[in-house]
Each structure stands twice: as C-alpha cells, then as structure tokens.
Design a protein around this ligand. Structure first.
Ligand code: SF4
Ligand code: SF4
Length: 91
C-alpha cells in the first residue's frame, strides 16, 4: 500500500501544540547530510525546506521511530496529551 492509502486507515485528531520538536536546527543543517528523518517517518512529518527541518506534526502516527532514528538524537518526542493523537483502525 502507498503511504497515502495507509494514512487513510488512520483517524487523526491533531493536538494544538506540537509533541515533536527539533532540538537544534543547526545540527540538522551542518551535521546531518543524509537527513534520515525525511524518509524514515511514515507520516512524512519531516521535510527539509528553507534550510531547516519543517515539522508537520499533525501527520504523526506516533510510531516512535524518530526517537531512535535520528542519528544526532535531535528530536524531542513527547506523548500527546490524553484524548488527542492517533486512533488506529483495523481494516
Ligand atoms: Fe536533524 Fe535528526 Fe533529521 Fe538529521 S535526522 S535532519 S539531525 S532531525
Ligand atoms: Fe514520524 Fe513516527 Fe516520529 Fe511520528 S513518531 S514523527 S510518525 S517517525
């Protein structure tokens, strides 16, 4: 299935505040040539645009990959507050 099809199976209620934060954008810019966050995230949350990583946190599936996938440990990840976030549906 494509990413778009998978996302169709996820009902998402976005929190108002991002639960994801890049700790230091200069590390992304200067010390992370491959920028793996732009391809390991199934929600395509991270995009490198305008010399910084943009975080589209509304698309996050809470898979947790970015907590371990960033080689610089440069992503802060908090569980979204209760009542928000992803509800997985079995298709
Ligand atoms: Fe920045 Fe980590 Fe993404 Fe690299 S993987 S661009 S350090 S957030
Ligand atoms: Fe992407 Fe998963 Fe991290 Fe959410 S938890 S931003 S879906 S890698």
């Amino acid at each position: 299935a494509t990413i778009e099809e998978k996302q169709y199976l996820v009902r998402f209620k976005a929190d108002k505040e991002s639960h994801l934060k890049i700790t230091d954008q200069s590390i992304c810019l200067e010390n992370c040539p491959d920028k793996p966050c732009t391809y390991f995230c199934p929600g395509e949350v991270y995009k490198f645009e305008g010399n910084r990583i943009q975080v589209g946190y509304e698309g996050c599936h809470e898979c947790g990959s970015c907590r371990i996938g960033c080689p610089q440990n440069n992503i802060e990840w908090k569980y979204p507050k209760g009542g928000h976030g992803v509800i997985f549906q079995l298709a």
